[in-house]
Structure formats: C-alpha cells, structure tokens
Write a protein that binds this ligand. Structure first.
Ligand SMILES: *[C@@H]1O[C@H](CO)[C@@H](O)[C@H](O)[C@H]1NC(C)=O
Ligand SMILES: *[C@@H]1O[C@H](CO)[C@@H](O)[C@H](O)[C@H]1NC(C)=O
Ligand SMILES: *[C@@H]1O[C@H](CO)[C@@H](O)[C@H](O)[C@H]1NC(C)=O
Ligand SMILES: *[C@@H]1O[C@H](CO)[C@@H](O)[C@H](O)[C@H]1NC(C)=O
Ligand SMILES: *[C@@H]1O[C@H](CO)[C@@H](O)[C@H](O)[C@H]1NC(C)=O
Length: 408
C-alpha cells in the first residue's frame, strides 16, 4: 500500500467513524431527543418494550458516568424517538380542547351514565387488617392504597423497603395497604400478610379487567376501617412515590382536594374502539363518544370526603373496566373536579436525587433495582444541591441529563 492509498483508506475510515458513529451519537445525545424519549415513555407508558428499554436504560445509568460507555443505548433511544407515538397506546385519546361536534351521547342505550343501584356490590375482605388506622395516634393524615397483583411479591417487598419506610410500619401519620383479589396464590399471600400485616384481599377474581373492583373495594375499606384519615392516595405496585413531596402537595392543595381528585389528569378523552388496544372500550360498555377526563390510576390523591362520596355514588354508576375512567365518571356524577397536579407521572431521570426533589411526586414503572438505588443514594439539600449541579455540569454526562424536570 503506498502512502496515497493509505491516506485515502484512513480518510475513508475517518469518514465512516464520523458519519456512522460520532454524528449519530451527537445527534442522539442532544437534549431534545432525550426529552422526546422521556416524553414518549410518559405517553406510551403501557407498552412492554418501552418498559424494557426504560429498564435497561436505567440499569445502565446507575451512575451517569457510565453514559459514554453505553452509546449503544442511544440507538435504542433513537428508535423510540423516531417511532411515531401510537395513539392506540394511551388509555384514552387525549384532546386539548373539547370539540363540540364530538360531544353528545350516541343513541345506544347500552351503558347509561347512571342507574338505580345497579353496582351496589359490598365487598368482603378475605384478608383484612382492620386495625391499621386504629392506633393510639388517631391522627392519621394520609392513607395510601396500593393496587397490587398477587404474583408481585418482589415489588411489594421493594417498596416496603424503600419509599414506604416513610409510613413507619403503619404506626404514624401515614398508613398504607396493598389491595388484592382472589387468585391461586391466595395461600402464599396469607403467609406474606402474616408477617407484613398490610394486605387487604377482597372477594373478587384478581384480574386487569377487575381493577375497578379493586379500587372500589379499597375505598369501601377506607370508609369502613380508616375514616380517621384526612387524605387518600391511590397508586400501583410499580410506582415510586416521593412521600415528602406528596406531603407538600397535599398541604398546598388541602382545600381543593376536599372536592377534587388530583394527579396526572386530563380534561377529556376519547375511548379506544380498536379491539386490539389494551384500553379497548366497546360501544356496548361505553356508547358515549368521550370520557369526562381522568386522573391516571398510576397515582392520584384526594380526601376522605371525596372517597366517601365516591363509595356512595358508585352504587348508581354502572361498572366500567378502566379504573381511572370509572372514578372520573363518579366524579362527574358528583359534580366534583379532576385537578391536575405537578410532578405526578414525572419523567425518569438518571439522577437519583431528582426523585427526592419536590418537583417529582410519582414515577411510573420504576425498576426495583433503581428504586433501591434511589432510596440508598444520599442527596444534598437546598443550596448544596445547586452547588453540586454547578460543579458536575461540566461533564458531558451531566449536560446530557440536564433536562430539568418539566423544563419544556
Ligand atoms: C422484555 O424483557 C423480558 C426479559 O427481560 C422479555 O422476556 C420480554 O419478552 C421483553 N418484552 C419485550 C416486549 O421486548
Ligand atoms: C371536530 O371533530 C370533527 C369530527 O370528529 C372533525 O371533523 C372536525 O374537524 C373537528 N373540529 C375541530 C375544530 O377540531
Ligand atoms: C371479576 O371478578 C368477578 C368476581 O370474582 C368474576 O366473576 C369475574 O370473572 C372477574 N372478571 C374478570 C374479567 O376476571
Ligand atoms: C368512623 O367509623 C366508626 C366505626 O368504625 C364510627 O363509629 C364513626 O362514627 C365514623 N366516623 C365518621 C366521621 O364517619
Ligand atoms: C450555579 O450556576 C448558576 C448559573 O449557571 C448561577 O446563577 C448560580 O449562582 C450558581 N450557583 C452556585 C451555588 O454557584
């Protein structure tokens, strides 16, 4: 090879490296694609492969210093970024404004918005911990209802050992229970409960389509066994909840929550009519053209007052399988409000300390390892925090993740 050829070959190689590798990396690592990616996670949160990617993504970013090593992640990020956000992946089609031609009830009589006692199921608790709210300290501020699936014992353990530590073993101002239904695992659940004493299991089959039953069961339990609480949070076993942050939100919205359900709320939505959708609603189950909005069932907060009213009205609101929509149908009948709150269903971030910031209240699909990592990471407060960010913002990794929460 003469030097000319060598020159050409090395030039070609450089071009290949630059075009095929460095340029895409630069493109993919920019803030915007990161934001789009995170927004995508937020929007199509139900999709398995996005969850998988989030898992890999977060696991590989235990420290943001690993960032450069894992450049191959970016192509995955890029794929997700480029993939059109499939409308069918949202529980409802979210609309910014109400389009008048879309309001109105179709002529079908299949599911009336109200009825006379057609859903007056009173649940029995096959596993109960009726004393959870009854201790010397009657001053219960917040009850957390966590819908859980029987097989998710690892998830329950992880959250008991992390953010639920704030509940101080159900002895102080925060109380919590896991809500379950019947399943082949019921015997194991009984064993688990004999140690943890934090499970309420109702007399219905545990299944995704029965989630509404689970929530109403939890609300009935609340009214019967925990009517000394002021506020009620409903969340899932795959959620991270920033309890100190939640307390700030409750304090700030104390009054509003007496007549509203607050969280990651949408004003109006359209049912999915595609049979293949996870959130399919047949015309028979819901003939109306729009939902009266909803607050994502991944986490919403309200007061005992509202929960008590929902339990009463639910007898006259026909069953609907999408739990968060069902609650909003009750809210509509009650003339109460859905109230969007900042920080619910927040974007994921590589910095564990941002999960303890007041700006993040809940995060969805948090891998268990990541949950423990967040919990174990010591974080600075106030001024110290700003200084830390200033110092570390020099590194490329930090720049990449400078996506301040909600900084759109
Ligand atoms: C997600 O990952 C699990 C194992 O890590 C795998 O079994 C599953 O098929 C993956 N799902 C998708 C949609 O890629
Ligand atoms: C309202 O909805 C109808 C039918 O869905 C559509 O044809 C129309 O363009 C919409 N109007 C606006 C202003 O979005
Ligand atoms: C919901 O629970 C009821 C009561 O146990 C049961 O009959 C029904 O089959 C369940 N539905 C689904 C879809 O699992
Ligand atoms: C709360 O429940 C107890 C019974 O568990 C009942 O005696 C009491 O009156 C209830 N309080 C309110 C405010 O409903
Ligand atoms: C951090 O940087 C910002 C601007 O980038 C500056 O306004 C702020 O004073 C700095 N904070 C500290 C503690 O140095």
């Amino acid at each position: 090879m003469n030097s000319n050829t060598r020159h050409v070959v090395s030039g070609l190689l450089a071009a290949i490296v630059l075009l095929g590798f460095l340029l895409p990396m630069l493109l993919y690592t920019n803030l915007k694609s990161m934001k789009i990616y995170l927004t995508t996670i937020k929007l199509i949160h139900g999709v398995d492969n996005v969850i998988n990617e989030t898992t890999h993504f977060l696991n590989s970013f235990d420290s943001s210093a690993n960032l450069l090593k894992s450049h191959h992640q970016h192509s995955i990020i890029q794929d997700v970024t480029r993939a059109p956000i499939k409308k069918a992946e949202m529980p409802v089609t979210v609309m910014d404004t109400l389009n008048n031609s879309q309001i109105g009830v179709s002529k079908s009589k299949e599911r009336p918005l109200k009825c006379d006692g057609c859903f007056s199921k009173i649940f029995k608790f096959e596993i109960n911990n009726a004393d959870i709210c009854k201790t010397e300290n009657a001053n219960v501020k917040l009850l957390i209802l966590i819908t859980s699936s029987p097989q998710n014992s690892l998830a329950r353990t992880a959250i008991r050992e992390t953010w639920l530590k704030h509940a101080k073993m159900n002895k102080e101002k925060i109380r919590y229970i896991f809500l379950l239904g019947e399943s082949p695992e019921t015997e194991e659940i009984k064993k688990e409960n004999s140690i943890t004493k934090d499970i309420v299991l109702g007399n219905f089959k545990d299944s995704y389509s029965n989630l509404t039953l689970k929530t109403i069961m939890g609300f009935q339990w609340t009214v019967t066994h925990c009517n000394n609480t002021k506020f009620v949070m409903k969340t899932d076993d795959d959620m991270y909840v920033n309890i100190p942050g939640l307390f700030q939100v409750i304090k700030k919205n104390d009054h509003v929550l007496q007549t509203a359900v607050g969280g990651y709320c949408f004003k109006i939505g359209q049912p999915h009519r595609d049979r293949k959708s996870k959130w399919y609603a047949s015309l028979r189950s819901y003939p109306q053209k729009t939902y009266p909005g909803f607050c994502s069932g991944t986490g919403y907060v309200t007061s005992l007052n509202v929960v008590t009213q929902i339990v009463k009205i639910s007898k006259h609101v026909p069953f609907f399988h999408l739990e968060d929509v069902y609650i909003s149908l009750c809210i509509q009948q009650l003339g109460l409000r859905l109230y969007p709150l900042e920080g619910f269903m927040e974007q994921h971030n590589s910095d564990p300390c941002l999960y303890k910031d007041e700006k993040l209240i809940t995060a969805h699909k948090v891998p268990l390892r990541w949950m423990r990592h967040i919990w174990q990471t010591p974080c600075l407060k106030g001024d110290q925090k700003t200084r830390l960010i200033n110092i570390s913002s020099n590194s490329l990794a930090q720049r990449f993740f400078e996506t301040k929460i909600k900084s759109q």
